[in-house]
Design a protein around this ligand. Structure first.
Ligand code: MG
Length: 389
């Protein structure tokens, strides 16, 4: 989108707050296109292909992974950004990067890593995937000659850091300020956050049905699903299960995106921010669903939490995954020489500088960077005496 057609309250690339290390202008690309390209070319992005969304990667080839999830979020985010005359490239960059800090095995892995870190380093910050996503783009990607990380713009980094404790915010400089001042991020960050939710609620319905963990009958307890399911039946009569599932879900996504766009448009008109600073100073986010849709969306989330995320089979996999992550942390933290040499050296340096917290952080970085299959393999390499390498 050309800069002229952006709304006054959009994050325009030519008005970026800039990068931590000054660089020459990106030439034919905008600053946010450059951010997006750097994210797509980084190793952490490629690893998303083998990281769990809900189903562990080896459970089936057709389930969402963190990578396909991120692509769906980006696609929804671009649509909303374009409708509201916001910067599409920025919304896309944030969406593609938002899950870079996820551990193997999704939230199960994160919870295990967090509790392991806290038990060995009670005074430390623990592990949080959102903060880790920022750490990946700020520190851990290490392939540019002139800086560590990807040296992204302030606006992309602000979007990646969706939430943050006050304690952590104090150590983050400029990017942590909004959590201390209770301000909002830019609109592109706000919409990427809701696009994430729209994407996972809907693809989890899809994957849950395909895995046989959810049924259409049960889903019809959820008003948002029931309404669109009835509409599809009334319109087409008999369909195959695959068609029925897809036709219902695509209508749900449309309804959510449409409501979000319309309601946000009204909120933007009412608040009439003249620029991004006025967006940031608002008491609440300006991007959001109408009250009715918010309620329906909450019902869908509650259903998924009770029937899918706590489903016996998912729960059992969660238990196993947490065991793998916990065992890896215990062993590697107790003896950092068990990690590959580059991490061992980093852990030693970090411990000299920052004590136990430094060591715990490097072990967490190593584990968080693993894909599901790498973590399972590393677990075998460490604990199965028959494995040599
Ligand atoms: Mg996500």
């Amino acid at each position: 989108m050309s800069p002229q057609s952006l709304a006054a309250y959009a994050c325009a690339p030519q008005r970026t707050r800039g990068r931590r290390h000054t660089e020459a202008a990106p030439g034919d690309r905008s600053e946010y296109q450059r951010d997006r390209d750097r994210i797509v070319h980084c190793a952490a992005f490629r690893r998303l292909e083998y990281k769990t969304q809900v189903f562990v990667n080896h459970e089936g080839d057709l389930f969402r992974t963190r990578l396909t999830h991120s692509l769906e979020v980006a696609q929804i985010a671009r649509t909303i950004a374009r409708s509201l005359a916001l910067d599409e490239d920025l919304a896309e960059a944030i969406a593609l990067a938002h899950d870079l800090g996820h551990t193997p095995f999704g939230h199960a892995g994160q919870d295990a890593l967090n509790s392991s870190m806290r038990s060995h380093d009670p005074a430390g910050e623990g592990f949080e995937h959102n903060a880790q996503s920022l750490r990946v783009v700020d520190e851990l990607e290490d392939k540019y000659a002139e800086f560590r990380g990807l040296n992204l713009t302030f606006e992309t980094r602000e979007g990646i850091l969706k939430h943050c404790s006050e304690r952590r915010a104090l150590n983050l400089g400029e990017i942590g300020q909004r959590f201390l001042k209770r301000q909002q991020p830019g609109l592109e960050a706000q919409l990427a956050n809701v696009a994430d939710e729209i994407a996972y609620n809907n693809h989890d319905v899809d994957d849950g049905l395909r895995a046989g963990l959810l049924s259409i009958d049960a889903l019809c307890e959820v008003p948002l699903f029931a309404r669109h399911h009835a509409e599809v039946i009334a319109h087409y009569g008999k369909l195959t299960p695959k068609q029925l599932r897809h036709e219902t879900i695509r209508r749900m996504i449309n309804a959510l995106v449409g409501d979000l766009t319309e309601n946000s448009r009204v909120q933007l008109q009412n608040a009439a921010p003249k620029n991004v600073d006025e967006v940031r100073a608002q008491p609440k986010p300006l991007i959001g669903f109408s009250e009715t849709m918010q309620h329906e969306n909450r019902e869908l989330k509650r259903f998924l939490r009770e029937r899918l995320y706590q489903h016996h089979l998912v729960y059992r996999m969660t238990y196993k995954a947490q065991g793998v992550v916990r065992a890896l942390f215990e062993a590697l933290f107790a003896d950092v020489r068990l990690m590959p040499p580059e991490f061992f050296i980093q852990a030693q340096a970090a411990e000299q500088h920052n004590g136990i917290s430094g060591r715990a952080r490097v072990v967490a970085d190593y584990i968080a960077g693993m894909t599901d299959r790498y973590a399972i393999d590393e677990h075998e390499r460490l604990f199965d005496p028959r494995r040599l390498r």
